[in-house]
Design a protein around this ligand. Structure first.
Ligand code: TRP
Length: 334
């Protein structure tokens, strides 16, 4: 294997991917795949941590996520696509790591805390859900990844992973696991189309990579701008103005966006004009992805066979790490 820096990221296959995934991580993965050794993990086991009673949903969404990857420009000859449940080393490392992480520590993870509130878990909280950051640490370390392109909600996972790396390495005669760094994108958190702080499927405020022209049109024209910007000639606010937040995230021409902002703040630029500009840019971004995706999703056999091939390669890599950790711990390796 080449000595290139290794990247690992993943997504839970709980539904088709949306623009939040795109700006938070997907766009970066496409750019990075030429220069790094990149693995992308379809995290079906993590998807099951809060869908334990609905495995069919996770199963059905595996090809959906794969189609989104390819549509967004992930090239399977450059990026290894693999499936979490096909890699037993990830589950075994999780079990080993569970012994060096305290209950207090898993309960302190702010992202998990938020999700618990958002999903309304009380004593109904699945054990697997509480410990999914440990399994995510297993994902990252099994590949010896040192870069993880993610949105900012995943920073606590990286922090927890590095704690596990430190603790586990200290138990081994020589370090086996690599520390990792999050690679945040310029827009590491995209607000939802309703103005909520995060675009998320469970909040119902997404725009999918497969959104139709009509859905894009309606979403853009329903976006909040500045409630006090009543007449075109009024000076307008940029802060908290969703249209400008999205123009910043998606418009290819930064100079043009900067000019629009000044014009808007000085007065004389209407919301309608800004929304039209945003709509054109989103339509141009999504249309080719939607079309490619429609073709890929018709051939689920091809998608699953790509995943199988990638998983075979990933199996080797992850089994190696597991063996090194077991040997280091003094467990018999047969
Ligand atoms: N937690 C990520 C999500 O919710 C998915 C994920 C699983 C992941 N394993 C990973 C991300 C490893 C980065 C690295 O989408």
């Amino acid at each position: 294997m080449s000595s290139k820096t290794i990247i690992l990221t993943g997504d839970r296959p709980t539904g088709p991917l949306h623009l939040g995934h795109y700006v938070g991580s997907l766009r970066q993965r496409v750019a990075l795949q030429n220069d790094y050794q990149q693995f992308v993990l379809v995290a079906d086991l993590q998807g099951l941590t809060d869908n334990g009673s609905d495995p069919q949903k996770i199963r059905n969404n595996i090809p959906e996520v794969l189609a989104d990857y390819l549509a967004a420009g992930i090239d399977p000859s450059l990026t290894t696509l693999c499936l979490q449940s096909a890699l037993p080393a990830l589950a075994e490392l999780t079990v080993l790591y569970m012994n060096i992480v305290t209950v207090a520590r898993v309960e302190r993870n702010p992202t998990v805390k938020n999700e618990i509130v958002q999903k309304g878990f009380t004593r109904t909280l699945p054990v697997g859900f509480l410990v999914y950051p440990i399994s995510q640490a297993a994902d990252i370390t099994a590949f010896k990844a040192s870069l993880v392109p993610v949105g900012d909600d995943q920073l606590p996972m990286i922090e927890q992973t590095n704690e596990i790396v430190h603790k586990m390495n200290s138990l081994l005669p020589e370090p086996v696991l690599y520390h990792c760094k999050a690679l945040l994108s310029e827009t590491s958190r995209l607000p939802g189309i309703d103005g909520n702080v995060k675009m998320s499927k469970s909040l119902g405020n997404t725009l999918l990579l497969s959104a139709s022209e009509e859905v894009i049109h309606r979403a853009v024209h329903a976006m909040y701008t500045d409630a006090n910007h009543l007449k075109v000639t009024d000076p307008g606010q940029i802060d908290g103005n969703m249209v400008f937040t999205y123009l910043d995230a998606f418009h290819p021409n930064k100079v043009k966006v900067a000019e629009m902002k000044t014009h808007y703040q000085n007065g004389g630029l209407g919301d309608r004009t800004c929304k039209n500009e945003l709509e054109v840019c989103l339509q141009e971004l999504i249309a080719p992805m939607r079309e490619r995706r429609a073709t890929y999703i018709q051939d689920k056999g091809m998608l699953m066979s790509l995943l199988k091939q990638g998983s075979e390669k990933a199996h080797e890599v992850t089994q190696n790490t597991l063996r090194e950790v077991k040997q280091g711990l003094g467990l018999p390796v047969f």
